[in-house]
Design a binder for this molecule. Sequence first.
Ligand code: GDP
Ligand code: IMO
Ligand code: MG
Length: 421
Amino acid sequence: MTVTAVIGSQWGDEGKGKAVDYLAERADYVARFNGGNNAGHTVINEYGTFKIHLVPSGIFAKNAIGLIGGGVVIDPQVLIDEIKMLNAANVQVDGRLWVSPRSHIIMPYHKVLDGLYEEAKGAGATGTTRRGIGPVFADKVSYNGIRWTDFTSKAFEERLALQLEVKNKIIVALGGEALSYEKIRDEYRGYYLQLKPYLKELFSLVQDGLKSGKNFLLEQAMGTFLDTDWGTYPFVTASTTIPSAASAGLGIPPRYISNIVGVTKAYTTRVGSGPLPTEITDTKSAVYEQFGEVAATTGRIRRVGWLDLEIVRTAVELSGTTELCLTKLDVLSGLEELQVCTHYELSCERVRYADVDSYGLEQVQPVYKTVAGWREDISQARTFEELPLNAQNYVTMIEEAAGAPVKWIGVGPEREATIRR
Ligand code: GDP
Ligand code: IMO
Ligand code: MG
């Protein structure tokens, strides 16, 4: 039995979707355990190209069962649309996807409040995905949430009425329009009926799977530095993104997690506000163009930067990463020289990521070393030896600095564009 957690080592969008789709072949269970549809995971395989927000990216593996744990927050319309989209693409989801009734539901007021808080913060806004993530997790931990289990009794109507009484006051005070109880009640009852066939308590299923030696592949959403505790607070997301979240979010005891794959982009990107020490700010530069990406969930342009080894090293230490999956190495092809941040200094003294807060991280001086690049297109390489020597050196530099071996290397967005070492 293996329980493998796939964790992004940076600020999200490291290529977790592709990594999970690639690794799912031998999995019995593929599971999401944190976040919600703020995640956008890209999968490109024989079924097509997908931007997945809630269903585990491993669902394409024929023998795998998909699980959405209680740690995930669910926007029902998004989940329903995603199931339909996958079924239409001949990915059979019915009977192969189970959603924990413990999961909290994103309500219309969560999305409205997410937007109103962002507007109210003005220049200090977090740059959220506006999917209601902060407000729904706030309700979860302040005992104001609504879960799927609430539909099995009168709890849903009672809780909704109470929440709307409170939430409408806040919405109106912030300049928004009050929401209708009846409209939401009917809409969400409809969602419940559509999702009922997928709702199932996961406890026994997970326990039996662990006892009978099944393989679990656990897919994190967001990245290590968007973690509420260890990320660049307050420029973070509302859920835990380090491997411990997999335990709480699925009911898997921590000692069962045997492998931790750190998905690491060969450079750095970030969406939304907050420090990005190695950011390339010259938006007219050729490197900015080359690293450029569009966000899978919101369509925003991702901020880009050079590889930051202090960030990757810290992620490996925090998560106990056992192997790295290096993605997008192909994107660096053609650059004569590459800058790599080896560590940070503040007032000429070395500082670690964890020594400073977000304000401090804006002040640190990233110390760079210049390494030689390569001209060749590497997208067809399928063995490490086929990579140009400078690309090989880039990979070994990362594993030495990070303290974990690079076991997989991505040389293109498609599943097969992967080198296994
Ligand atoms: P996730 O949120 O971590 O799943 O990552 P996203 O899907 O949001 O963003 C990663 C982007 O990089 C997507 O467009 C992927 O198709 C793409 N991608 C992933 N791995 C590779 C790779 O090795 N090479 C290239 N060129 N693209 C990749
Ligand atoms: P995947 O799983 C990149 C960022 C948002 C914002 C902050 C808070 O695709 O890697 P939120 O909507 O969560 O309240 O926004 O977190 N963020 C992500 N950035 N990839 C993601 O997911 C993200 N999910 C949230 O841009 O800065
Ligand atoms: Mg993404």
